[in-house]
Design a protein around this ligand. Sequence first.
Ligand SMILES: Cc1cc2nc3c(=O)[nH]c(=O)nc-3n(C[C@H](O)[C@H](O)[C@H](O)COP(=O)(O)OP(=O)(O)OC[C@H]3O[C@@H](n4cnc5c(N)ncnc54)[C@H](O)[C@@H]3O)c2cc1C
Length: 378
Amino acid sequence: MNPRYDVAILGSGVVAHTLALLLARERLRVALLRQPAPPAAGPDIRAYALNQASHALLSDLRVWPEAPAATPVRQMWVCEPGDGHPATLSLTLPDPSQPLAWIVDVPTLEQRLLQALAYQGTIEPVDHPVQAALTVVCEGKHSSTRAQYGIEYEVQAYAHTAVAARLRCARPHEGVARQWFQNGDVLALLPMDGPGGDLVALVWSVQHARAAELLALSAPAFADAVGQACGHALGAMSTEGQPAGWPLQLSRARHWVRPGVALAGDAAHAMHPLAGQGLNMGLGDVAELGRVLREREYWRSPGDWRLLRRYERARRADFDRMAALTDGLYGLFGHGDTRIQALRRWGLRAFDQLNPLKLCAIRQAQGSGPVRPAPGSL
Ligand SMILES: Cc1cc2nc3c(=O)[nH]c(=O)nc-3n(C[C@H](O)[C@H](O)[C@H](O)COP(=O)(O)OP(=O)(O)OC[C@H]3O[C@@H](n4cnc5c(N)ncnc54)[C@H](O)[C@@H]3O)c2cc1C
């Protein structure tokens, strides 16, 4: 007997909701198993750096947040302060019409997705598991259903927690995403509230004990600690909202598919946020699964094993590449050996002089097709 649904999606995050909208547009019968947010949970304080591929997918589904909830990044600036001789690197847009990335307010994006789901008549919200040709697990890294399908999840816990907060600054950010690497800590200030804004999203990766200390500080003391760590780059700061912490890990499921089952988003993989790529990866899963299902031979069911293996092969390769990059950077910048530190700082400065390499880095950051260099750019 044919199941009533083509696809059942488990999860209530950005990946699950985007996938539901995409598959409904492909005229698949979708059931969405949602879980109400825990009552104590407030709005997410984070902002995501999203690349061009994510921008294209979310815009196509008409859920891209409008300005000022999405701020274009026109420059990335990286610094290792060292002892008095900072090594810096800056990536500036060759073509200002193609931002390096956008910094997106998370609650606004979630709201846009919920509004779109409410208007989408072909997605059926359900509150219990249902039979479907394909079940997609998008339950995040703590997924419980993944284990029920006998899928192992390998976790390499980092010694760091990411502390996230929002800070209002005395000086405007001018669309620059700033990042400092110091003694293994990684501090990022991401521009929010539009190109002329003075609000930044902080992501500060520090040892667990230091994160606990930071989160216990009063609001002025917290803002002071951030100001000191970034050399008061944006003048005096004050916090908006309550800072929060996320213990960090590199993790991946041993299998991403089983007959009739696929994993997507953090349920399949998670990485350190220093390159801002976790959700971009998850939305890459969504786009690829949508493509595989759309282009399937008419006689294949959505849960067909060959289709799912196509999806797994494409996405696993992409994740492995990005995970190796972020894990490598985390290890490199956390290394205490003075010879490695010297080499690293030389590398940053040298990289800053190499325009072709910077162009490659821009392409990687954008997560998109060709970037055309403009004369005299970079
Ligand atoms: C500090 C920090 C900063 C980050 N910054 C960036 C960034 O700049 N750019 C970027 O691309 N990524 C970033 N990430 C990564 C990003 O947060 C994740 O990759 C993304 O949230 C994964 O989305 P998801 O939908 O797969 O999982 P989740 O966001 O974890 O959502 C899954 C949801 O499903 C729910 N759920 C669980 N079980 C069930 C069930 N049985 N039924 C229904 N629902 C269920 C869960 O409660 C949860 O709400 C960052 C991460 C951190 C920690």
